[in-house]
Design a protein around this ligand. Structure first.
Ligand code: GLN
Ligand code: ZN
Length: 774
């Protein structure tokens, strides 16, 4: 029985790659230094896995930015706008230009688009295809890294995104073809790569094909059959490990089971029923091995050895030990690196720490599981097993986790708890009466610029260099200035600016029970960007109000309305490591009740408008369409629970980024927020197409300017966008606001843009008045 690893974090245990890349981009270190950092990380990763006893150690899982972009460069699918850079610059600079754009020496080339990797928080660079797309071997990274490991005495299994998944990840940049049709021009380059790897002595290759977990067309499914037969015909001796992960095969299962590959990898964390389905179907070809992904690559919990062994034993009973491999469920790039580096007992208490495993620990778990299942058990394995059993038992009963008060409250939620007292039409009248806002009311999304100064105050406060009262005084001053600016510029609904917040999830997590944090639990989000998600380990409750003090303070400064600012339950859930001992919906409901209490407290403190941000609702959608309804059902319900504790005349707003929700617009309407603000301006209000067919019932603020760029738009541009919006949405339902929060912007451009925005609203009001008069 072998062990198989799909991929290891490449950021370095202390984010060495991030630090080195950013220095290189800033021109502060020579390229040799960056290359040396990268080589060290690769070497340490390979050696760690070799020493732990992993049989199939991945290579080419390293990346300077993103593995999809690596492949794009390998295949020479370089968009035309980079032709000049490709001619004049080293390949690594071309690569970074494709990832990040380039504004050097008079040229200005935009980056390639970036989007989320399946349902993870990792972002990949989207391949761009033209109708006559040519592919040719441009970079030999995969071969070089295989050789590099060989030189260290470690024979690896090169990893490559499979050809079908690669094509499906991309986008057509011209009309008149489907990217899957490029397969015939793509395959020869794959063959060339395999040829070269074979010549260097490679015996295995891992093809990542997670599109096998999605709803495919017949044509796409048939392409799998065609492609893997061709590969097998040309390379009959090469052992192909076909990796599917993140969900079940669904209706693709028969196709997958019939592919002529050496090993099929299954994600048994995301799809535990799959093993039975496969074994009972009797359709697994006799020569195909199974790689059992039993160790969760996407979460931070210690494996439950007893549960995993039950899977393994079942598979062994059916197929024999020789045909079974033990593996993490997916690449470990979605896990933090090393739990051993968490040495601060105050941040992560020993009781919680014993429940966790990061990438390095998951590698050990994989090997111990193999040893336990194969009967070659050492004393160390025995000790590991005992420790694992104890930790899992402790977790089941720990007082830290289980709070009967919270569980009872969730159990006693009744039908009306997710409904406002009256329907929107009734609420609306009362809100108009109570709030007295003009037509086209102006507002912002919440945060104002988090200047280096503001961030330095927080850092000093955390280090104890500023006292609580000194820190508060600084934040109060910043808040007051922000209120004054908003008053002067004529914004109608003000915000306090969120200066006290580090991050929109962490800020709430820190104040809720059931959350813990790490010091070094970084996971790559995109490029050099890493995130450190909170850990939700227990029942969630809110010991004290979280935002009331700042909202109250800001409201005390002005006669205008100040909007209270909260992060919604789905977003808090989505951007954290969540419990695996209860359904996500249960955890989300607990968070929703905590937010509901906060909403009610804000109302009681005199805050009449409260925004509950839910930017992550769309990205929480399951990969397989048949699971959408169930997810949307509880996700929308939890939002409604959080929003429904208030009186009719309290106005609830929500906000969402990324406008790709045309397919779930009914569900967005079902959230029944009084006002929704959404990202729209980059797509020139494309989103509004959806509103043309679908009569959105409540009020809506389609973002009128893009906060992701420092550019200051003119009021005429914004008037133009608002006119487009007013063509499909009644004017009295429209709000005027930027796309998203302003925290990453500078003050000067923010001030100018918001003044333009208010002028745009004024022009719209005058135009509306004239129409009425006429
Ligand atoms: N209120 C948050 C802010 O303005 C919303 C951020 C977001 O949508 N991601 O920063
Ligand atoms: Zn946003």
């Amino acid at each position: 029985m072998k062990t198989n690893n799909l991929g290891y974090p490449r950021i370095g245990s202390n984010r060495e790659l991030k630090k080195s890349s950013e220095l290189y981009w800033a021109g502060k270190i020579p390229v040799q230094e960056l290359l040396a950092t990268a080589a060290t990380i690769r070497k340490e990763n390979w050696q760690l896995q070799a020493q732990a006893g992993i049989d199939l150690i991945p290579s080419n899982d390293f990346s300077f930015y993103d593995q999809v972009l690596d492949l794009t460069l390998t295949l020479g699918a370089i968009p035309a706008r980079y032709a000049e850079i490709a001619k004049t610059k080293p390949a690594l600079d071309l690569y970074f230009a494709m990832a990040r754009g380039s504004q050097k020496e008079g040229q200005d080339v935009v980056a390639m688009e970036m989007t989320k990797w399946f349902d993870t928080n990792y972002h990949y660079i989207v391949p761009e295809f033209t109708k006559n797309q040519q592919f040719s071997l441009f970079s030999e990274k995969i071969i070089d890294e295989f050789k590099e490991a060989n030189q260290l005495g470690i024979k690896t299994k090169p990893v490559l995104i499979g050809p079908i998944t690669y094509l499906l990840l991309g986008k057509e940049k011209e009309e008149g073809f489907h990217r899957i049709d490029l397969i015939d021009s793509l395959l020869p380059v794959y063959f060339e790569i395999l040829e070269k790897l074979k010549a260097e002595g490679a015996t295995h290759i891992q093809f990542d094909e997670p599109f096998l977990a999605l709803n495919l067309t017949d044509k796409e499914r048939n392409t799998y059959t065609k492609v893997y037969h061709e590969i097998n015909n040309r390379f009959p001796d090469l052992k192909v490990i076909l990796a599917n992960y993140f969900d079940c095969f669904g209706e693709n299962i028969e196709t997958a089971l019939a592919l002529p590959v050496d090993t099929l990898h299954l994600d048994l964390v995301r799809c535990p029923s799959q093993l039975d389905d496969i074994l009972e179907s009797g359709k697994l070809a006799a020569h195909v091995n199974l790689s059992l992904g039993v160790v969760d690559g996407r979460n931070i919990w210690k494996n439950d050895f007893k549960k995993s062994l039950a899977f393994i034993e079942k598979a062994v009973a059916a197929l024999g030990t020789d045909r079974i491999l033990i593996a993490p469920s997916c690449s470990l790039i979605h896990s933090p690196c090393d739990l051993d580096l968490e040495t601060n007992d105050q941040t992560l208490t020993p009781e919680i720490k014993q429940w966790l495993a990061f990438a390095k620990q998951k590698i050990e778990e994989t090997v111990v599981l193999r040893n336990l299942a194969s009967g070659e058990i050492t004393e160390n394995d025995q000790a590991h097993f005992q420790e694992n059993t104890l930790a899992n038992e402790n977790r089941k009963t720990s007082k830290l986790i289980h709070n009967d008060g919270v569980k009872n409250r969730v159990a006693s939620i009744t039908a009306g708890d997710d409904e406002r007292k009256n329907a929107f039409a009734v609420r609306r009248k009362k809100q108009i009466e109570a709030l007295q806002l003009p037509l086209f009311p102006t507002t912002t999304i919440g945060s104002f610029p988090q200047t280096p100064e503001v961030r330095s105050w927080r850092a000093k406060f955390k280090k104890g260099e500023l006292s609580q009262s000194e820190y508060d005084a600084l934040l109060q001053k910043e808040t007051e200035e922000t209120i004054r600016f908003q008053e002067e510029s004529g914004i109608d609904v003000l915000v306090h600016g969120e200066f006290e917040r580090n991050d929109m999830v962490e800020y709430f997590g820190e104040q809720l029970d059931g959350f813990s944090f790490t010091k070094n639990g970084w996971v790559q989000s995109y490029g050099s960007r890493c995130v450190k998600p909170p850990v939700i380990y227990g029942d969630v409750s809110r010991p004290n109000p979280m935002t009331v003090r700042w909202a109250e303070f800001a409201q005390s400064l002005t006669p205008k309305w100040v909007k209270g600012m909260l992060t919604g339950p789905v977003t808090i859930l989505q951007w954290s490591f969540v419990r695996n001992d209860q359904p996500r919906s249960e955890t989300c409901t607990q968070i929703a009740l905590a937010i509901r209490d906060e909403v009610v407290d804000l109302e009681q403190a005199g805050i009449k408008i409260i925004q509950i941000d839910e930017p992550a609702i769309r990205e929480g959608l399951p990969l397989r369409k048949e699971e959408w309804a169930n997810y949307l059902d509880w996700a929308i319900k939890t939002f409604r629970i959080s929003a429904s504790g208030v009186a009719d005349d309290t106005q609830i707003h929500t906000h969402m980024c990324y406008s790709e929700f045309n397919d779930i617009i009914q569900n967005i309407a079902d959230m029944d927020a009084d006002v929704i603000t959404i990202e729209c301006s980059r797509s020139q209000m494309e989103l509004l197409d959806a509103f043309a067919d679908f009569k959105y019932p409540n009020e809506i603020g389609p973002g009128v300017y893009d906060i992701h760029s420092p550019r200051v738009p003119s009021n005429d541009e914004m008037v133009h966008l608002l006119e487009k919006a007013a063509a499909v949405i009644p004017a009295d339902q429209l709000w005027v606001n930027p796309d998203c929060g302003l925290k990453t912007r500078h003050w000067d451009e923010t001030k100018k843009a918001l003044i333009e925005m208010v002028n745009a609203a004024k022009k719209m009001r005058i135009a509306a008045k004239n129409t009425v008069l006429a």
